[in-house]
Design a protein around this ligand. Structure first.
Ligand code: NDP
Length: 249
């Protein structure tokens, strides 16, 4: 594996499983010191931390609800104290609470928006305070093709992911003069716990809608994140890179 991120400090929200776990593994393998957050999966986060440290990687898990301002501030303060800098923020943590609009509760709406959108706001605001004086940084938001295409039963999720695309563009313009690059990766259908919840018929239908004829592995999303975090992506900002096997063509 290339060491494109050697000497860099990264934080990945929701790194305990799924796409976030793959991103943690990939950034660490490329040489970054990685902080990752977990919320409910404490045991899994501990196992992952021990496994990766045993392999010689600098990975540390921190407990944090992404939607809690207090938790986010505590994590960023710890990173500032221990690492003294922050080069890469990956806003990955996300949830779905699917239901048709007429039956969707206000709580289901607000929980999805709070985790997926407020979380990205809180983390970005705190991270930028470390990145601004460095005059460098990368923020990578994990969106979804659903934020572009829409999907029945996912009004809350689609709104949060579409919101992330606008958030990405606004931040990219706001922070470009400080050499902080902000992009979004919008996956299609990826094999994780989030998609395992779907009924078998819906899974099959989704798969048939993908020109490449298969779902993505989390590692295929992590590879794009690592590229956007790397020096090779130095002239890309404000973009949403769709990684969906052609689903949105
Ligand atoms: P998983 O359900 O497998 O994992 C979700 C991750 O988010 C976990 O690490 C979880 O932590 C964390 N998380 C959830 N809620 C919170 C919270 N309130 N605070 C902190 N962390 C939280 O999801 P995926 O890996 O599939 O999804 C990752 C991202 O990719 C999400 O943003 C999702 O919307 C997006 N995505 C996924 C697609 C897919 O097909 N899987 C497609 C398109 C986008 P813990 O377990 O510790 O609670």
């Amino acid at each position: 594996m290339t060491q494109r991120l050697s000497g860099q400090v990264a934080v990945v929200t929701g790194g305990s499983r799924g796409i976030g776990e793959a991103i943690v593994r990939r950034l660490a393998a490329e040489g970054a010191r990685v902080y990752a957050t977990y919320h409910r999966s404490a045991e899994r986060a501990q196992q992952l931390e021990s496994e990766l440290r045993a392999q010689g990687y600098a990975v540390q898990f921190l407990p944090a609800n992404v939607a809690s301002e207090e938790d986010v501030e505590r994590c960023i303060e710890q990173i500032r104290r221990e690492a003294g800098r922050l080069d890469i923020l990956v806003n990955n943590a996300g949830v779905t609470l699917d239901r048709l609009l007429v039956r969707m509760t206000l709580q289901e709406w607000e929980e999805v928006i709070a985790t997926n959108l407020r979380g990205a706001f809180l983390w970005s605001r705190a991270a930028v305070r470390l990145m601004l004086p460095q005059r460098s940084g990368r923020i990578i938001n994990i969106g979804s093709v659903v934020g572009i295409l829409g999907n029945p039963g996912q009004a809350n999720y689609a709104a949060s992911k579409a919101g992330l695309i606008g958030f990405t563009r606004a931040l990219a313009k706001e922070l470009a003069s400080r050499n902080i690059l902000v992009n979004c990766v919008a996956p299609g259908y990826v094999e994780t716990a989030m998609t395992k919840q779907l009924p078998e018929a819906q899974r099959r239908a989704l798969q048939e809608a993908v020109p490449l004829g298969r779902v993505a592995a989390p590692e295929e999303i992590a590879a794009v994140v690592a590229f956007l975090a790397s020096p090779e992506a130095s002239y890309i900002t404000g973009q949403t890179i769709v990684v969906d096997g052609g689903m949105s063509i």
